[in-house]
Design a protein around this ligand. Structure first.
Ligand code: M6R
Length: 367
């Protein structure tokens, strides 16, 4: 049942290229220049009337929402707000019939996310669910469903569900951009083409994982570490940190790279590992300044970037890993993969139950 893998989590990490392809299949027209969503009830008129979007979810699904909402805001120029589902109702969010509420849930059964959906409905919003389980409570209650086609996810730590949620968000963002005319046909084709290369790029990354495994074994001897990044790299840092905590039980914090000096820099001491995501070229220089801040306090820095920046980064970091090149907005679909492997191998090195971490359940049906 684990298809020759030692754990479901590793199997599911390796299933990601297929999950990307399956989630894109049938949603891109033959010419590769248009996204189509025959399953949606959302009319073009309705899409044109939306004036704000709320993205609500828990845990890893929330982290996918952070990336997805950033993509939508950039592509469509509609304001997007993000909430963890357990907080949403209690801040009296401003929900109107012009609000599109997107709930994200692998299982479709998360109690807080379902409650958020009901709150949105009570205020007249249209609710779109991005879920991996089409017969779930959330799928049933939502006005529209985009199914992620990742296949069943068994490991408690979510991997292929997260990345297929990213794909679903990118597709939906492009679809909104088409309808609202906020991106040209050329821009849309260009992004679609880059998305279609993602599965092969993930395959390439999964071919040789020795270096990340060795790094994971190294960090498994530490009790504290940091992830830093800017922009979507920060969103991926949050996900990398959650994954590591969840299964390796190593304490880590994810910080917006520029925010460290507002307090957290005090925790940087000699030898502490810092994982710096530096995939966003427009932000690279600033991220490098932040890397220097932690290096100067004795941190041992690993950077994740693209091949062409590795040699210059190595002047300021101890180790660097390269991810394949894609468009800046799409990098999370690649950069998260080494972080999933890092969590997996660190958990393994510590002798933990990788697929069933302590205190956690796959589906959280209590608030
Ligand atoms: O089924 P859901 O996507 O609604 O689950 C949400 C979270 O409980 C889930 O993503 C959790 O954070 C994962 N175990 C993280 O790997």
């Amino acid at each position: 049942e684990k298809g020759g893998f030692d754990h479901f989590m590793l199997k599911e990490i390796y299933e990601q290229p297929k999950a990307y392809r399956d989630t894109m299949r049938g949603r891109i027209d033959e010419s590769g220049s248009k996204v189509i969503f025959p399953e949606l009830n959302l009319t073009e008129e309705k899409i044109r009337s939306i004036n704000n979007i709320h993205i609500v979810a828990c845990g890893t699904a929330y982290h996918a929402g952070l990336v997805g909402g950033t993509a939508i805001e950039r592509l469509v120029r509609i304001p997007v707000a993000f909430d963890v589902a357990s907080e949403y109702r209690y801040r009296s969010p401003l929900i109107t019939p012009e609000t599109l509420v997107i709930v994200v849930s692998q299982s479709g059964e998360t109690a807080d996310t379902l409650a958020a959906l009901r709150e949105a409905h009570a205020n007249g919003a249209h609710v779109l669910a991005i879920t991996n389980v089409v017969g779930s409570s959330i799928a049933r209650d939502a006005d529209d469903v985009i199914a992620t086609l990742a296949g069943p996810e068994i490991a408690v730590a979510s991997t292929k569900a997260y990345t297929s949620q990213l794909i679903a968000f990118y597709l939906f963002g492009l679809y909104l951009a088409e309808v609202r005319g906020t991106q040209t046909a050329e821009e849309i084709s260009h992004i679609i083409a880059a998305m279609q290369s993602l599965p092969e790029q993930v395959e390439a990354m999964l071919e040789n994982t020795d270096a990340i495994k060795a790094y994971a074994e190294h960090i498994s001897n530490h009790n504290n570490l940091f992830f830093i990044g800017r922009g979507v790299d920060y969103a991926v840092a949050l996900e990398g940190s959650l994954k590591l905590k969840e299964i390796s039980y190593i304490h880590s914090e994810a910080y917006a790279a520029g925010e460290l000096k507002h307090g957290t820099l005090a925790l940087i001491e000699d030898g502490i590992p810092v994982i710096a995501l530096a995939t966003q070229e427009a932000l690279l220089e600033k991220t490098v300044s932040n890397i220097k801040e932690v290096k100067a306090r004795g941190a041992e820095v690993m950077a994740l970037s693209h091949e062409e920046h590795v040699s210059s980064l190595l002047k300021s970091v101890d180790q660097a890993f390269a991810i394949p090149k894609t468009l800046p907005l799409l990098t999370p679909a690649l950069s998260v993969v080494p972080l999933q492997l890092l969590a997996y191998y660190a958990s393994l090195a510590r002798g933990n139950d990788v697929d069933k971490p302590r205190n956690l359940a796959k589906s959280v049906t209590v608030e």
